[in-house]
Design a protein around this ligand. Structure first.
Ligand code: ADP
Ligand code: ASP
Ligand code: MG
Length: 414
């Protein structure tokens, strides 16, 4: 029988009632003749609570134990979903990551999927089981420890299963009815897109649009998975075309120069004042930061004066403690002799993304003018072929997103 992957996010399994609603959808696809692999997230808010407990217990926690704790939310919903389906007389059972097995690297809290065993689940399908409910977000390391795939990782579990089982489609059920030009929580002018190109979705996701985890888009692109985002609350998917399809650029007829605006609220900026401007200085700073698990994003090095320069970088605000510890260590060891470490924990990143930028000049200047007109100061800028990002003061985040959405006319289709 053809296989369908259906993933339900946190809000879609937040209560027993919602699990029942999701299970009904699954039952319908079973009746349509599919063997279904259901990927579940933890109930909404659960993972945040678990992360909070870990951080309260241990500031510089052991990531292996973090994973042991934060993976538990999905175990609960997987079991509950399987029970709910059984109550509806749909033959179903649950699987945790290690039972599948879903094998990952040992990069705890940010593990990458290496292999998915299809035998056990296929054997059950062959015996007449119709639904495999799999706990999203989790896997097992070569050392036999539980790993997690990074926040939002159930999306990646879903796409990886769709690839491994050659599913007809991977449907991501969530609390919005598709991918929008920007987060609909920030502006009511956000417009739902029927289709979005893989490259654009990849950039939007990596720049903060959490509707899909970045890695899930990467995998869908690589393995040509038909990936769709749709609402678990609306029942309008009569012909399998509701929501937003993430697809190849060639499959989209018309698109705006800028496809969307993304933001990342919880950023920080650190500056090492007066470091020696010598070969190897960047390696001496960013090597230890990487070793400490700090995800450095933007980097700016000032023009040097008298052989010394300032080095600025951005990072997620919850990694500031780790970064400070790493920078104190390199100072004490004499590797990087900076004068002062200045931290600004009050910044956010706002980005515009669009394939059209490849062939259109002027997007950057239009973006900077729109921010200027709102009196917003830009602290750091980075660009790539299809995106421009700025770091600004956090209190201007909503205003900046709205201004950029307006200036690029994203409320109207091309
Ligand atoms: P789930 O728990 O189902 O995985 P998430 O909260 O991870 O759901 O992702 C859905 C949320 O992503 C939406 O509620 C919305 O606020 C946010 N979001 C951010 N950017 C976008 C966008 N461009 N389009 C749609 N949703 C977006
Ligand atoms: N529950 C995990 C999280 O909140 C994974 C997911 O929902 O995708 O990050
Ligand atoms: Mg999510």
């Amino acid at each position: 029988m053809p296989v369908l992957v259906m993933k339900f996010g946190g809000t879609s399994v937040a209560t027993l009632d919602r699990i029942r609603r999701a299970a009904k959808r699954v039952g319908r696809e079973v009746a349509n003749g599919y063997d279904v692999i259901v990927i579940v997230s933890a109930m909404s808010g659960k993972t945040n609570e678990l992360v909070g407990w870990v951080e309260e217990t241990s500031k510089l926690y052991d990531a292996r134990e973090y994973d042991a704790v934060v993976s538990s939310g999905e175990q609960v919903t997987a079991g509950l979903m399987a029970l709910t389906l059984q109550e509806m007389d749909v033959p179903a059972r649950s699987w945790q990551g290690w039972q599948v097995p879903l094998k990952t690297t040992s990069a705890h809290a940010a593990a990458r999927i290496e292999e998915i065993g299809t035998e056990a689940i296929n054997a059950k399908f062959a015996e007449g089981m119709r639904v495999a409910v799999v706990a999203g977000f989790q896997g097992i390391s070569p050392e036999g420890r539980i790993t997690t795939l990074g926040r939002g990782g159930s999306d990646t579990t879903a796409v990886a299963f769709a690839a491994a089982f050659e599913a007809e489609r991977c449907d991501i059920y969530t609390d919005v009815d598709g991918v929008y030009t920007t987060d609909p929580r920030i502006t009511s002018k956000a417009r739902k897109l029927d289709k979005i190109a893989f490259e654009e979705m990849l950039e939007l996701a990596s720049l903060g649009a959490k509707v899909l985890q970045t890695r899930s888009v990467e995998l869908a692109m690589r393995y040509n998975v038909k990936l769709r985002v749709l609402s678990s609350f609306e029942d309008n998917d009569i012909d399998g075309t509701a929501g937003t399809l993430v697809c190849d650029e060639e499959d989209i007829m018309e698109s705006n120069v800028v496809a969307g605006v993304a933001y990342s609220r919880d950023e920080a900026k650190m500056t090492l004042l007066s470091v020696a401007d010598r070969p190897g200085i960047a390696a001496a700073i960013f090597g230890p930061l990487a070793d400490a698990g700090v995800n450095v994003d933007m980097i700016v090095q000032n023009i040097s004066e008298d052989g010394r320069t300032d080095m600025t970088f951005s990072l997620p605000v919850n990694q500031v403690d780790r970064a400070k510890a790493a920078m104190e260590a390199v100072k004490n060891s004499g590797d990087v002799n900076y004068a002062e470490l200045v931290t600004d924990e009050d910044v956010c990143k706002v980005s515009v993304v669009g394939i059209g930028m490849r062939s259109h000049a002027g997007v950057a200047s239009q973006m900077f003018k729109a921010l200027r007109d709102e009196g917003i100061n830009i602290k750091v800028i980075t660009t790539s072929e299809i995106k421009i990002s700025v770091l600004i003061e956090r209190k201007y985040m909503e205003l900046a997103v709205q201004a950029l959405h307006d200036t690029f006319g994203l409320d109207k289709a091309a």
